[in-house]
Structures are given as C-alpha cells and as structure tokens.
Design a protein around this ligand. Structure first.
Ligand code: ZN
Ligand code: ZN
Length: 591
C-alpha cells in the first residue's frame, strides 16, 4: 500500500513563498477565475492554473483575445462567485471516468494533464459551483474565503511553455489574506513600474539598446556615461589605496587559452562561436581570469611578494538566451569590476576580510543594505578534494565572523570549482539583487600551474580568489537607477545644477553663474531656450536634476541665487559662493 503525499507536503506547496496557506488561497482564487471565465465564455477550453510567486494565473484557449473590458467583467463575476460561498468539494475518480468526461467536453489540455498522472496515483477532482477541475489541491473550504484579490493582466503563453505549441491566453491575478496586504502589494508593483530602469533610461536619456546592433548590447549615453565614470573613479581610487594593481587584457584570445582554462569544456554554451584568425580559432573573452593568470605566470613569484592583487574593469561577452535579457540588468556584453588575488593559504582569511571591507565601503556609498550567503560545496559535481573545500569554506566563514557580518548558509550553492560568498543588495523598495561575489578557486591554479616559491625554496600552489563587487557595471547601474528612481544623489547626478534665467534680461547673469560653478567642478547646464520659465522648471523637474537656480534681475543685482532642491523645495536665498559650498559639501560627503 502506498501513502499518497498530503497536498500540503508537496514541495511546491510546502516551500511556497508566503507559506502553504497563501498557496491554498491563491490556488482557490485561480479556480474562482476559471469558474467565472467558463461561465462567461462557454467556448473556452481550460488548461491549468497554479499559484506563482506573487499571485496566480489560469491558461485558457479561445480564438478571440481577452480585452481589458473582459477582465473587468470576469473580476465582477468572480466577486459574485465569492459572495455565493461555493464549497470546494474534493472527490476521487478513476482514469476511465476522467478520460470520458474530458473527451466528451473536448478539454484536450485536461486530457494531457490526466496522461501525466503517474500509474497508481490518485486521480482527484475539486469542484465549486459548476466548475469541476482535475486538481491535486489544496484548496480553501469555500469560495467565500477568497477575500482580497485582483486580476492584473493577460499575456500570451505557449502551451507547456514550448514555442512550437499553440499560444494560450494567460490571465494573471493576485490574492492576499487581507485587503491591506493586497493594497500594499499593488502599490509596490506600481512603484517598481515607475522605477523600471528601461523606462527611466528612455525618459532620462541614459542608455539605449538597438535592434540593428543586437539584443543585450548596451549603449551608455552621456548622462549615464558620467555616472559610470564616477563609479569607475571611486572604484579605482579605493583599489589603489588598498594595494591593488591595475592590469588590462585583450578582448580576444586563442582557443588554446580556453582549452587550458577548461572554459571550452565547461562553459561552451555561454561562449560565442570562434572566429578564424590566420587559420587559428579565437574567441571573445567570457571571463577575465585566464588573462590575469597569464600576467601572474609571466614570471616567478616569491612568497614575499604575495598577496598579489590584480584588478581590471574587464569587458566580457557571454551568450544569454534572448528571452532572459532584461534592459541593462541581464545583457550579453558587460564590464565586470573584476579582481583576482593570488595569496598563500595563511593569507586567505585576511584577504577575504579586506575584500569584505572594500565591498562594505562601496555598497554603503551607494546606500545599500546587504545580506551575505555562504555557498558551500555542491552535492555531486565538484572539483578538488574535500580537504580543499573544507579549508576554503572555513576561511570564508571565519572572515565573515571576524568582520561581524551576519550570513546565511546556501547549502550546496557553490560553483563546482569554488565555495563563495554571494551578496544580495536590498533596494529602496525592498527587492534583493545578487551583485557582489567572492570565490576561492580550487580549479584554475591547478589547470594553469599557478605557484609561488615558499621559504623552503619549493613551488607551492597559490590560493586564487575571484571577486567582483559591483558585479557588472551594466547591472549595477540598472539596479541603481531603480534604487534611486533616477534621482541620483548630487555627487553622482549627471547634471547637478540647472540654471534657469527668469527672463532674457537675466541670461548674462545666468551664464556667469554657470561658469563660476563649472570652474569649481560642478556639472551645470543653463537653459537659454526661448521657453516660458514655468516650462523650463518643469523640464528640469522631469530630468530629476537635484538643484535648480532660477535667477532674475533681483538676484543679478544682489549677486545671489535662490535654489530649489529636488524633493525639498525652495531654499532661502544665498550668495553664489555659499551655494557652491553647499553643493561641494554634498559631493564630498556623497550623501
Ligand atoms: Zn486546481
Ligand atoms: Zn575570475
């Protein structure tokens, strides 16, 4: 006799974000949706409708597309079904009965799901009102318990997610235990939409991606170019202070290099096809590490020289499926703020601490909270010995402990060649983004024969750390645009001050003021267009420029300015020098 798994114990239910109760609620809401749709549109065929992160959906086959008006009507019908408080009734059946039923109704999608039920497993229905579904549950007791829900949108979805199959219509919705939670969620979604970096990228003239160039390849416009320059400058200054050496490596390399590194063997999928140079296959680089090893290995190193810390803003190209590309956040060409540290086993822990210090400095500068995860040895496929893994993992762990950083363990989450610390940033609206990573490589030093000469005069294998702290500049910038909502702090804002003459008579004073600020290193623009002052103020507002200086004859006579601070409002009138000092202070403090 075999015990059937209770619905609550199925992994997708037990591990559902928000818990099994929320799973039950959202799955029930999906049935209420299907009930409403089959009642209102008797010609539809139903496919399936599971809970998903943040909500639920149900797939339908119907020749005409559902319109926004249809959604309003469906939602209204759903409210009636909830008010009717129909019980969800569980029943069991057998394969033949179920087959006859769905064949009779022409429900070919359900027939497919029926065929997927393993031999010997129970075949179960849930029914509410007129709607009966082949379903494993779990459900609420009745539709009346579906309290707070909302349909959000319709999108096409291939049957079984495969592009050669027909396109179904997927109606999405969400449901929460309380109206307050639903309202808060909808507000967060709206906020995320407002901050979408692809939208802000267009509106603020920050970057573009072109069909003629190819997907996943990003063009940085001047307004984001200056942001990148300042990110790089900060990064470089800090690395020099902390004992790193800058290196530069070519974007192309012979396949020989990637044979040694193992990339051809292990990462062929993410590398672009070879190009023929003088009859030899070359590749664009997918990673910077082999290049840095070439530099290290170009001469012998004594233990006295270690640690050696190479850093490069290294541009790499990796293949990503077009379906997963997303603005600047997931791309095919990007620049990593990459670094490789070569050290002795004794130095490892201190090196990790130094990296954590630098990471903390950078993330705090951009006003992020973050969380650390220690990703340990994968269960099955891994390189290196158990002792090596234990040593490297303990070093990462002790470093976080000595630094007083809380962390969680991501069991088996390491790369197959390295344990690592993964760091997730938390943005202004509470979303988490994986950016920095610190890895102890247990593979490349062996493949390339990377050694140092010890006090005993013998060669010893180095410990090699990989680390990126921004991750990639593209991704970091994309996330930062969303974190700030495009309102960059003064120190990194593309334009820090917009000078607006109140009328043409003030043009000279406006230009003179701009010149004075510019000479002091402030990024300033003067709006001399033949437009009304109100329109100029509105435009500067839309471009999210931190300071606006509206100057008229009165200011010109007194040699003053009356600044407006974005998000604060009108400030008191002050001298130009006092204003300059105020801006300079904000830049210095990167506040
Ligand atoms: Zn169901
Ligand atoms: Zn690396």
């Amino acid at each position: 006799m075999s015990m059937a798994t209770a619905p609550e114990e199925r992994p997708e239910v037990a591990k559902y974000p928000g818990g099994p109760d929320l799973y039950r609620l959202r799955h029930s809401a999906a049935h209420v949706l299907a009930t409403a749709v089959t009642e209102l549109f008797p010609d539809v065929k139903v496919a399936g409708g599971p809970p998903i992160e943040n909500g639920f959906y149900y797939d339908f086959a119907r020749p005409q597309p559902f319109t926004p008006e249809d959604l309003v009507q469906i939602e209204a019908r759903m409210r009636e079904i909830v008010a009717a408080n129909q019980p969800f009734e569980y029943s069991e059946t057998n394969r033949d009965e179920a087959r006859r039923r769905f064949e009779g109704a022409g429900e070919k999608y359900k027939l497919h799901f029926l065929s997927m039920v393993p031999e010997g497993a129970k075949i179960t229905y849930y029914k509410n009102g007129p709607f009966l579904d082949l379903c494993r549950g779990p459900h609420l007791q009745s539709t009346g318990q579906v309290k707070a829900f909302k349909l959000t949108h319709v999108a096409g979805a291939y049957w079984l997610g495969q592009e050669r199959n027909e396109m179904l219509q997927r109606i999405y919705g969400t449901a929460f235990a309380t109206q307050t939670e639903l309202d808060e969620y909808l507000k967060r979604v709206e906020e995320a939409l407002k901050r979408d970096h692809r939208r802000l990228g267009r509106e603020l003239d920050l970057f573009s991606i072109h069909e003629e160039v190819g997907p996943g390849l990003v063009f940085w416009h001047p307004r984001l170019g200056i942001v990148r320059h300042l990110m790089e400058q900060l990064w470089k200054d800090e690395h020099l202070k902390r004992g790193y050496q800058f290196v530069y490596s070519p974007h192309l390399a012979s396949e020989k290099l990637y044979q040694i590194s193992g990339h051809l063997e292990n990462y062929a999928d993410l590398m672009y096809s070879p190009m023929d140079i003088d009859g030899q296959p070359y590749r664009v680089k997918p990673m910077n590490c082999p290049g840095h090893i070439m530099i290290y290995n170009s001469r012998k190193h004594s233990y006295r020289e270690l640690p050696v810390r190479f850093a490069e803003l290294g541009t790499v190209y990796r293949y990503e499926r077009s379906g997963v590309l997303h603005g600047m956040e997931r791309v095919r060409g990007f620049t990593q703020d990459d670094s490789h540290v070569f050290c002795t086993p004794d130095q490892l822990e201190d090196e990790v601490i130094a990296i954590l210090d630098l990471m903390d400095f950078l993330l705090k500068t951009f006003h992020y909270d973050y969380r650390c995860y220690l990703a340990t040895r994968p269960k099955d496929k891994y390189l290196g010995t158990e002792e090596e893994w234990a040593f490297a993992t303990a070093a990462l762990q002790k470093a976080m402990e000595r630094r007083g950083l809380p962390y969680e363990i991501d069991e088996g989450g390491g790369a197959f060649y390295a344990p690592k610390i993964d760091v997730k940033l938390r943005d202004a609206i509470g979303r988490e983004w994986q950016c920095p990573t610190i890895q102890v490589d247990l593979n490349l030093p062996k493949r390339f024969g990377v050694y140092y000469m010890g006090p005993d005069g013998q060669d010893h294998e180095v410990i090699m750390l990989h680390r990126a702290l921004y991750g990639s500049l593209e991704r970091f910038a994309g996330i930062y645009i969303e974190h700030t909502g495009g309102e960059f702090p003064v120190w990194i804002a593309p334009v820090q001050v917009q000078v607006i003459p109140a009328n043409p008579k003030a043009n000279d004073y406006a230009q003179d003021t701009a010149r004075m600020l510019k000479d002091a290193g402030i990024r300033v623009e003067t709006d001399l267009r033949d437009e009304k002052m109100g329109a100029k103020i509105r435009d500067a507002e839309l471009m999210k420029i931190p300071y606006m200086l509206v100057v008229g004859p009165r200011e010109a006579d007194a040699g003053t300015v009356s600044p407006r601070r974005k998000g604060v409002g009108q400030l008191e009138t002050l001298t130009r020098q006092a204003f300059l000092e105020r801006v300079q202070k904000e830049v210095r403090e990167r506040s």
